[in-house]
Design a protein around this ligand. Structure first.
Ligand code: GLU
Length: 546
């Protein structure tokens, strides 16, 4: 076969060589051991948790003086949605992930671009042409039906699926046959001519998993689709080589096609990057683990966390806990340190399904928020509210003192309150403080209802003094509890319920419902001071007649 003739027939417009691109994209001038890595999402508009998970590469890059960049894998035009690049950048920026180079919303920065694959067609075709020249790639004119028939035959014969051996119909066809099809205008794809042997294994060093032994690829997989656009396999190899990527951090679902990728790197004589296959995110579904699914699990979307308002840093704390087995220990030893101070290591990443647990995330966020100052929490809530609850943002600005004081309740000390782990819950939790959003949600404690409701609240209002210390306040509550026939010690009431109308719990819960609308709320005394005397009295009086 005259491969030069074939190469020129298939790629008449390609005049550059691989060598030209080696000059255009020289090796990066970086310190020894610098990590160059990227995320390479498809612009489908769906930014998922896995994108953030793999953006951990940014930390590796920046820990080592390397480069972190954004490449847009837009080879599948049908799945592309407008604004998707902005969405990725916006989501990453929100979580503090910054790209040193790559695609930007309206263009790109960096010397290794273009960073959108559709703009790199010439480069892929140049590499493809070089493979044709070497007799390592050929056009295939099989139709969908041909491929379907092949698949059925393989199924019936219980043979491995794929385009290889006797099934590789176009592997050894003459240039005349090829020309004839081209003249007819038949669509074609470019296939790799694999010399691999299924009996051979290849070793691959995975940055997370150590040495992997994979079966050599023996199928003639597709390099370029019929529109001249490369498959992921081919594009990623060309891009990661010419963008001088040192580490490819990607989901473990790519392990299946890893043999193809290393075969391409080896054939092209390019140094393989360190592949790092991250464990797929899983969740518990009943008693079994399963992959997070786009269709079933709203929590797979990164926007889920932003909309709910899980604080970014706390989300990272959780993610790092899932990602690096030694993070939790480090965090316990450095509870107030920024998670960026942690040295991330690939070797400490889990290799089997990383279990993602929303409840654990929420707990970490509660813990985190409980340790922040009231001002920090106020600012975080306001920033979230501006985007997701403008009415709340307006109220917070109009009554900033009230909100700051409300957020301050139960803060500080050894056992700060952990009422909320995200801004949406915080908004709901704090709503009772504001007269505009105060509603009674819980019922009146049974033992303190009816005429006793009146009696307790009247006595409480009479005794109430805003000059009292919390101790004085509580002493007065005890007195009225006793005077009205309730047990000061709940234990005593439990033992002899016939002797009392109820216990102090009923009395304080009644006051809580009157003031907050809920039986479960922070310290009454503290709440009252946040509400102020007028509002406190107004609510107590109102509840007498409610
Ligand atoms: N576009 C691929 C994906 O989103 C990128 C995988 C990679 O990082 O190489 O899964």
């Amino acid at each position: 076969m005259d491969t030069t003739a074939l190469a020129n027939l298939l790629f008449p417009d390609i005049t550059k060589t691989i060598g030209d691109y080696e000059t255009i994209y020289p090796p990066r001038d970086l310190p020894e051991g610098a990590v160059v890595t990227r995320i390479a999402p498809s612009p489908t508009g769906f930014v998922h948790l896995g994108n953030l998970y793999n953006a951990i590469g940014e930390r590796l890059a920046h820990q080592t003086g390397g480069v972190f960049y954004l490449r847009i894998e837009d080879t599948d035009q049908k799945r592309e949605v407008e604004g998707a690049v902005e969405a990725v950048i916006d989501a990453m920026t929100f979580y503090g992930v910054h790209f040193d180079e790559g695609a930007t919303a309206d263009g790109e920065t960096g010397a290794y671009g273009p960073y959108r694959q559709r703009q790199r067609k010439e480069l892929y075709q140049t590499v493809a042409k070089s493979l044709v020249l070497r007799g390592l790639a050929y056009p295939c004119f099989c139709t969908e039906d041909d491929l379907k028939a092949m698949h059925e035959q393989q199924e019936a014969a219980k043979e491995n699926y794929g385009y290889y051996g006797k099934y590789a119909l176009w592997r050894d066809r003459s240039i005349e046959d090829i020309k004839a099809e081209l003249d007819k205008g038949t669509e074609w794809v470019l296939r790799f001519r694999s010399e691999g042997d299924p009996a051979h294994t290849v070793e691959v060093q995975d940055g997370i998993r150590g040495t992997l032994k994979v079966q050599e690829n023996y199928t003639d997989f597709v390099l370029l689709k019929s529109d001249g656009i490369p498959t992921y396999h081919f594009a990623h190899v060309c891009d990661d080589h010419f963008m001088r990527t040192t580490h490819v951090i990607r989901d473990e679902s790519w392990l299946a096609t890893l043999p193809i990728h290393v075969q391409l790197f080896d054939t092209l004589g390019w140094a393989r990057p360190v592949y790092c296959h991250t464990a797929t995110l899983m969740k518990m579904d009943g008693s079994s683990k399963r992959k997070l699914s786009k269709r079933k699990d709203p929590e797979l979307a990164l926007s889920f966390y932003r909309e709910a308002g899980f604080p970014q840093e706390a989300t990272w704390l959780y993610l790092l806990t899932v990602l690096n087995s030694n993070f939790e220990e480090w965090h316990l030893a450095n509870p107030d340190a920024d998670s960026r101070a942690f040295t991330f290591s690939l070797e400490k990443m889990s290799t089997s399904g990383a279990l993602f647990d929303l409840e654990k995330l929420d707990n970490i966020c509660r813990e985190y928020l409980s340790r922040q100052s009231a001002d920090t929490v106020y600012d975080g809530l306001l920033a979230w509210a501006k985007q997701y609850d403008p009415a709340l943002a307006a109220r917070m600005k109009a009554k900033s003192d009230l909100y700051r004081a409300a957020i301050g309740v139960g803060r500080g000390g050894d056992k700060p309150r952990k009422d909320y782990g995200n801004w949406r819950d915080a908004a709901a939790f704090l709503s009772f403080y504001d007269a505009d959003t105060f509603t009674i949600t819980d019922g009146c404690p049974e033992n303190a209802d009816g005429e006793m409701r009146q009696a307790i609240l009247t006595a409480y209002l009479d005794s109430l003094s805003f000059a009292d210390t919390p101790e004085e306040w509580f002493a007065k509550v005890k007195v009225l509890t006793e005077q009205l026939g309730y047990a000061v010690q709940p234990k005593k009431y439990k033992k002899n319920p016939e002797l009392y109308k109820g216990s102090i719990v009923d009395v304080t819960n009644l006051i809580r419902v009157a003031l907050t609308g809920r039986q479960n709320a922070p310290d009454i005394c503290e709440i009252s001071h946040v509400l102020g005397e007028a509002e406190t009295r107004r609510r107590l009086e109102a509840y007498m007649h409610a």
